[in-house]
Design a protein around this ligand. Sequence first.
Ligand SMILES: *[C@@H]1O[C@H](CO)[C@@H](O)[C@H](O)[C@H]1NC(C)=O
Ligand SMILES: *[C@@H]1O[C@H](CO)[C@@H](O)[C@H](O)[C@H]1NC(C)=O
Ligand SMILES: *[C@@H]1O[C@H](CO)[C@@H](O)[C@H](O)[C@H]1NC(C)=O
Ligand SMILES: *[C@@H]1O[C@H](CO)[C@@H](O)[C@H](O)[C@H]1NC(C)=O
Ligand SMILES: *[C@@H]1O[C@H](CO)[C@@H](O)[C@H](O)[C@H]1NC(C)=O
Ligand SMILES: *[C@@H]1O[C@H](CO)[C@@H](O)[C@H](O)[C@H]1NC(C)=O
Ligand SMILES: *[C@@H]1O[C@H](CO)[C@@H](O)[C@H](O)[C@H]1NC(C)=O
Length: 339
Amino acid sequence: MIRLVLGAVLLSSLFRIVFLQEAESEAQIEERLGKITESLVSYQRCRTDSDCRANSFCYDNDNTRVGLCKCQAGYELLFRNRTDYSCLKLATWGEECEISAQCVDNLGGLATCQNTCGCQEKTYRYPYDGRCYRSVLLDDFCRTDANCILEDGTYAFCTDGQCECNIGLRPSADRKRCVNVRNLGQNCSDDYQCSFIGNSVCREICRCAVGYVVSRNETTCLKAATYFFDSCEENAQCSEFLRDGICNNGNCTCESGYHGFETRCVRTARIGQACSASEQCVPSTELLSVANCTAGVCQCAPGATDSSGRVECSNNTSKVRISSFLFALCMLVYNLFIL
Ligand SMILES: *[C@@H]1O[C@H](CO)[C@@H](O)[C@H](O)[C@H]1NC(C)=O
Ligand SMILES: *[C@@H]1O[C@H](CO)[C@@H](O)[C@H](O)[C@H]1NC(C)=O
Ligand SMILES: *[C@@H]1O[C@H](CO)[C@@H](O)[C@H](O)[C@H]1NC(C)=O
Ligand SMILES: *[C@@H]1O[C@H](CO)[C@@H](O)[C@H](O)[C@H]1NC(C)=O
Ligand SMILES: *[C@@H]1O[C@H](CO)[C@@H](O)[C@H](O)[C@H]1NC(C)=O
Ligand SMILES: *[C@@H]1O[C@H](CO)[C@@H](O)[C@H](O)[C@H]1NC(C)=O
Ligand SMILES: *[C@@H]1O[C@H](CO)[C@@H](O)[C@H](O)[C@H]1NC(C)=O
């Protein structure tokens, strides 16, 4: 009886082996394993656990049939192709990782793995959901507030598909900040607040930067002239660096009867006219070699020419000589008369 039972068991297990081995044709194996493959297991066939890579075991196998490698509990099949797969733990911000896929679950599609999970370049972790988002400039297209990170780490609002500042604030020129706009003369806490007025800076209040002067209407900063004949709109531009300069039809000049010498206005004396200083005779230092004030009269140097035409000395020196001769003669007569 016992023999009979044993024999039957032996027979049936023998039958099973034979039957199954016969039944598991390649096509059937494909079908069976194909069903469990889905997304759960790798494509790696195995007979025992040792056929499988780290953190995985041989699944749906037994002594008689092959199975597929499957990740152990707590590990995810984060990558698989026909020849390779990996079972890794999911990781979150700052945790160690081997591939980006470990981070994506927690940080989103813009996550990346560089030893630890982080956000890709030019993307930032939004503190409210912990995921990575592309950052865009103010006024640029956005999907969520998370896209609207500002330079100081705060967020603007994604409104109608655009990053916008809170009410009362305006985007800075570089569109990375929301600024509480200030006008000239108003108190301020940083240069950005003054930046809507060109060339102004915050010095307790918004003021024009060095080299600029405030316009008459106190709304703009105008460039201060550093040379005579620099262009101008208002007198203040011509008097900041040029003593007694005025703005005349768009040029910094001097009152009539005066001319600019270097950076100041001096009374003009033409060639042959009385003078007390050489700068009265010429507009700049280098022209002192063309003409100067000699014996109380503006005189051209012998043979001197001024190709710029700013001093009335030509190569026709006889003219000058004659005029200065006449002048000297007058002076002589005058002196004689006085005496
Ligand atoms: C599978 O992935 C590995 C590692 O990424 C790669 O080296 C290999 O070429 C891939 N094989 C196939 C068939 O795509
Ligand atoms: C500017 O002045 C206003 C009132 O005039 C005051 O409330 C504000 O705190 C001041 N801001 C700064 C940065 O000083
Ligand atoms: C203020 O003056 C500047 C310079 O003259 C001019 O460009 C600007 O238009 C003026 N602004 C107003 C509001 O009058
Ligand atoms: C301003 O100065 C320039 C250069 O010297 C000159 O060409 C121009 O005619 C001047 N404009 C006026 C309005 O005087
Ligand atoms: C003026 O020029 C003459 C020569 O042209 C020179 O002898 C004289 O020293 C100069 N005077 C001054 C004040 O530069
Ligand atoms: C002198 O002036 C005349 C006419 O203005 C010109 O033709 C000549 O080339 C000048 N000579 C010199 C040496 O500058
Ligand atoms: C030179 O000056 C003389 C006398 O003023 C004048 O007659 C002559 O035409 C001038 N010549 C030139 C080339 O300017």
